[in-house]
Design a protein around this ligand. Structure first.
Ligand code: FUB
Length: 328
């Protein structure tokens, strides 16, 4: 097997805690859009209240093999987002029409997660937020994919604290629980974005993830079912939907022929890391593929004090992804 480009135990930055890295190539270099974890004491709970982030910093790097990432400073703060009350969770960025767009989740003033957009002329920000969240948006972890034909899609959704279970009827039901056992698992959502990138074209659709026999992945199949953190990339003409399995702490992927699915489950990209959450992005840069991910090693295992890392990712000849063991 080829040498790894970079040791996987090395955080990209150590002066702040970072997580949920969304990496893109903009203006010839790698830009990384992470969550900025707060350095404070908190109890962990299943609702994710310990993830109380208040701002975003943008990182960049020229060469994953030899350079540390540069922190471009605060790019957006909660206080400047009129509709948002708390919890700036995993963001993503996109470029279109000469503008950079930062997509992010936050709880609104009714404690319901929504998705917002902020814009900038520079990939490093600062980003100016839109006055309201995206109409019809909900849940967490937006990931934006612009296809070769220019069509832009946002993938989103997360279980438990991410509130996806509460939107099964299309309306927010605070007491709703998810499917169980042999029922089909909830899928991530996808919506096509309008040309100005600020709204959904129509109602978001639920993505179907199936096994090799075409049967929906079941809710009780925690090694394979969708939990949170979707990411889309394309390799050799196929669409790769990757995501976190949450309770089993893996990054896994499924492959399809259409950006809106269905996707057939394929396997594991990254085995569990230190800390409860696992969240990633995949990007091609200068002819190599990279996995950006996080763990909690910098804080000695504190779930809400994480650090982003990257490592090279390799495909097999049949297009499957080689599983990465983070600490070997
Ligand atoms: O960082 C807060 C949340 O933790 C993210 O939105 C999830 O994907 C998980 O990483």
């Amino acid at each position: 097997m080829a040498e790894r480009t970079k040791p996987t135990n090395e955080p990209l930055v150590t002066h702040i805690y970072t997580a949920d890295p969304s990496a893109h190539v903009f203006e010839g270099k790698l830009y990384i859009y992470p969550s900025h974890d707060l350095d404070y004491e908190a109890e962990s709970n299943d609702n994710g209240d310990q993830y109380a982030m208040e701002d975003y910093h943008v990182l960049s790097m020229d060469d994953p093999a030899s350079s540390k990432a540069v922190d471009h400073g605060e790019a957006l703060h909660l206080r400047d987002i009129p509709w948002a009350k708390k919890q700036l969770w995993a963001p993503d960025a996109a470029y279109k029409n000469g503008t950079y767009y930062l997509f992010f989740p936050a709880k609104d003033h009714d404690d319901i997660f929504r998705l917002g957009v902020a814009t900038s002329a520079s990939p490093a920000g600062p980003f100016a937020p839109q006055p309201s969240y995206i109409p019809g948006s909900y849940s967490i972890d937006p990931a934006v994919w612009i296809d070769d034909d220019g069509a832009a899609y946002v993938y989103f959704g997360g279980l438990w604290g991410g509130q996806l279970e509460k939107w099964q009827t299309g309306e927010f039901r605070p007491d709703a629980t998810g499917p169980s056992g042999s029922e089909p698992a909830l899928g991530p959502r996808v919506a096509r974005l309008t040309d100005d990138m600020l709204a959904f074209e129509g109602t978001p659709k639920e993505i179907s993830i199936v096994d090799e026999d075409g049967r929906p992945i079941q809710a009780g199949d925690e090694d394979r079912r969708y939990f949170e953190g979707p990411w889309m990339h394309k390799y050799n003409g196929k669409y790769y939907l990757s995501y976190s399995t949450g309770t089993t702490h893996k990054l896994v992927y499924a492959v399809g022929d259409d950006p809106q699915g269905p996707f057939t489950f394929k396997g594991t990209i990254l085995t569990p890391v230190i800390g409860w959450t696992t969240h990633h992005s995949i990007v091609e840069y200068k002819g190599k593929w990279y996995l950006f991910y996080h763990d909690s090693s910098l804080s000695g295992g504190v779930n809400h004090k994480r650090c982003v890392k990257c490592t090279e990712l390799f495909y097999n000849e049949d297009g499957t992804i080689r599983t990465i063991e983070p600490y070997e």
